[in-house]
Design a protein around this ligand. Structure first.
Ligand code: IMP
Length: 200
């Protein structure tokens, strides 16, 4: 299912994700092309289903560009809030908020919660679509807890308030290499690479 030259378009404009995809997939035989080369490309509206969203973005890019495409849909799920912000993580609190505003809003919503009630996980679905061909999908997750205040300056999104399971560290305190070893995106991409290899 891979082009002979390994070219794959990465269907995301999130700069944090682009860096992670590139680092996680480096040395695995992909020639990743960014969306910068295709400014006219637009994506379908996102719905409430991670898997369908990931496939929709990858399919739109593959059809438009005429080469295999990779996309993810990801989010942060808090158990005690019934999985919120979940698939709406990027839109949590409405259009007016940036990453910092969203983390502050989540901390505020969770100010009454302690201990086990702060349990959460990052989840990621990745989809690989070949134009006129197959679709491969996989999922990864990274367990942890929501901290009481932001820590660290690395990563993106909710990383400063996500305490990584089994450590005293926020995701934003990990090096890029450490995050890319344990993250939901790394786990989903590891599984996807196995599926792509098995399909050849
Ligand atoms: P989408 O997949 O582009 O719809 O948005 C995912 C949103 O979930 C991002 O905008 C972040 O807010 C959050 N998110 C996903 N992955 C991560 C991560 O690795 N660290 C921090 N936040 C993340």
């Amino acid at each position: 299912m891979r082009n002979a030259n390994g070219q794959v378009v990465l269907a995301t404009s999130n700069a944090g994700k682009v860096k992670e995809f590139q680092a996680i997939l480096s040395g695995r035989g992909f020639d990743l092309r960014g969306l910068g080369e295709f400014p006219e490309l637009s994506f379908p509206e996102e719905g409430d289903d991670y898997e369908a969203n990931a496939i929709g973005k990858a399919r739109a890019a593959a059809l438009h560009v005429g080469m295999p495409a990779l996309a993810d849909d990801s989010g942060l799920e808090v158990d005690a809030l019934d999985g919120i912000p979940g698939v709406y993580s990027a839109r949590f609190g409405g259009e007016g908020l940036d990453d910092r505003g969203r983390t502050e809003l989540l901390l505020e919503r969770m100010s009454h919660l302690e201990g086990e009630d702060r349990r959460a996980r990052f989840v990621c679905w990745v989809a690989y679509v070949v134009p006129g061909g197959g679709v491969l999908v996989s999922r990864g997750e990274c367990p942890g807890r929501i901290l009481t205040e932001p820590r660290g300056a690395r990563g993106f999104g909710y990383d400063p308030i996500f305490g990584v399971e089994g450590t005293d560290l926020a995701m934003a305190e990990l090096s890029a290499q450490e995050k890319n070893r344990i993250s939901h995106r790394a786990r989903a991409l590891d599984a996807l690479c196995e599926r792509i290899a098995a399909s050849q």
